[in-house]
Ligand binder design. Structure first.
Ligand code: M6R
Length: 358
């Protein structure tokens, strides 16, 4: 039930901090230890390479998952779009583990890959929000998202839950191998939940950003580098599907290799700048587009990358968890842009909640 909320999408965005806290209960103990099924930790550590398979928003969560698995757990990871995998199948490593990510657990494109790799005899793990769904039942290992029912067609809380579950998975795998981590995930994830809450409380500011940047435009760009680039891909998808504004998520450095030709006076360009190591470079990309007339909006992180005049400053969280706090403004900006355009926010045209045909 959406209760006092005008739309499920808004309710589900607001629920995200609570989902993070639920995940902390499910995947850690009261004394702060990560509690992952040891067969899953072993399956991850036994793999010489992980292949993440997913569609849409889940694919974007998979990209953040790759970053976590590689930087925290040290396991080479590839992310593939389910529908491409069958005919664009990469040369597989000797001991692959396939991870399927799906909110619904019913996505036909992902299931087709699951069936195929099971036939080849490879181990599989499904991360889903729906216990008992097809992808849940058919995989060797399962991890639940505990996000509660997601009704709006646009995926919001499942996206952030997926990233958090990847964090638990990566930290558990690293700890089992005896890797010394410089951070305490339980503490950092609690801070991220607080940070998300803070952004949710700043709805009025995000509504104003949507009004200022997106009320008369037909297109928009999101740019970012490193982990922020993956966030930009999700930001563009969310904006497109609910507001019907044509949007692209771009790697900051790639824009000048062609697409910058589209920038004209007033074109909205949102830049995520949360990662210190790429802060200078993304800011010079912002200058490049601003010099060509773009209406730029910088979203940075407090105490890491923020500078005077940045339009949105996110609360400080651990850099690998940045996508969690980044998610809130991208979702709310898309939501308010959809309202401005009088779109059917919870049920955008031409879309279904689960895509059960290939
Ligand atoms: O249920 P799934 O996670 O497998 O669904 C995958 C995509 O269809 C889904 O994320 C879609 O892109 C959403 N509408 C995005 O908001």
């Amino acid at each position: 039930e959406k209760g006092a909320y005008p739309h499920y999408m808004l309710k589900e965005i607001d629920e995200q901090p609570a989902v993070m806290r639920r995940l902390l209960q499910e995947y850690s103990s009261t004394d702060g230890k990560i509690t992952l099924d040891p067969t899953i930790t072993n399956a991850i550590n036994d793999a010489d390479r992980i292949y993440i398979i997913a569609c849409g928003t889940s694919y974007h969560a998979g990209l953040a998952g790759k970053h976590l698995l590689e930087t925290v757990a040290g396991i080479p990871t590839e992310v593939h779009i389910s529908s491409e995998f069958s005919y664009n199948m990469p040369l597989l490593s000797k001991k692959p583990l396939f991870i399927f990510i799906s909110q619904s657990g019913e996505t036909a494109d992902s299931r087709a890959v699951l069936v195929k790799v099971k036939k080849l005899g490879y181990p599989t793990l499904t991360m889903t929000n729906v216990e008992g769904s097809t992808l849940y039942r058919e995989a060797d290992h399962k991890m639940l998202l505990f996000a509660g029912p997601e009704i709006a067609v646009a995926s919001t809380k499942a996206y952030t839950a997926m990233i958090a579950v990847f964090a638990f998975m990566s930290v558990a795998a690293a700890q089992k191998k005896g890797t010394k981590l410089g951070f305490d995930l339980v503490h950092e994830l609690s801070l991220a939940a607080q940070g998300m809450e803070q952004m949710i409380d700043e709805k009025a500011q995000l509504k104003e950003v949507a009004r200022e940047y997106l009320s008369i435009t037909r297109n928009a760009f999101y740019i970012g580098r490193a982990l922020d680039y993956y966030v930009c891909m999700e930001a563009a998808l969310k904006l497109k599907e609910v507001s019907y504004i044509q949007a692209e998520g771009f790697a900051g450095g790639e824009l000048k290799h062609g697409t910058i030709a589209l920038i004209e006076e007033g074109t909205p360009v949102f830049a995520y700048a949360t990662q210190q190591k790429v802060n200078n470079s993304i800011r010079s990309n912002v200058e490049e587009v601003a010099a060509r007339g773009a209406h730029t909006c910088i979203i940075s992180m407090d105490g890491v990358t923020n500078q005077e005049d940045d339009r949105i400053v996110l609360p400080n969280v651990h850099p690998v968890l940045a996508p969690l706090v980044c998610a809130v403004p991208l979702q709310l900006i898309a939501y308010y842009a959809a309202l401005q355009n009088e779109c059917d926010v919870d049920k955008p045209r031409n879309l279904a909640k689960s895509v059960t045909v290939e």
